[in-house]
Design a protein around this ligand. Structure first.
Ligand SMILES: [Zn+2]
Ligand SMILES: [Zn+2]
Length: 117
């Protein structure tokens, strides 16, 4: 693991998102929806032949389409020393977010620019 993918400090807010201070001094802040849409598990990425999940799903099952329960983190547990498993309030919990992934998807302006080069 390189310095850039080693977290110095992880702040998990169950209703807001996850913030990570990296050992190289970089800071990343991930909103909940952003993370949920980037869930790396097989069913979300479609690696087992299932179609990839569409961000912000189409047909609401609820008779009250305006009502969307706010997405929350129910629990986040460390997986070894390299990843976090997130349990979402929508019942999904198979996504294991490695710190490599976290660093790769850092939404800050600096990293988004770097990713486009
Ligand atoms: Zn998933
Ligand atoms: Zn960044």
């Amino acid at each position: 693991m390189t310095l850039a993918t080693e977290p110095e400090h992880i702040a998990i807010s169950k209703s807001k998102g996850i913030g990570i201070d990296w050992k190289d001094g970089h800071h990343s802040q991930y909103p909940l929806i952003y993370l949920r849409d980037r869930c790396p598990c097989a069913s979300c990425t479609g690696t087992h032949g299932t179609p990839p999940r569409q961000p912000q799903a189409e047909t609401p099952a609820s008779p009250f389409p305006m009502f969307q329960p706010a997405l929350k983190i129910v629990n986040a547990e460390p997986v070894g020393r390299y990843a976090i498993r997130i349990h979402w309030s929508d019942g999904h919990n198979s996504g294991i977010y490695s710190f490599d992934l976290f660093r790769e998807i850092c939404p800050c302006a600096e990293c988004s620019v770097a990713a486009r080069v």
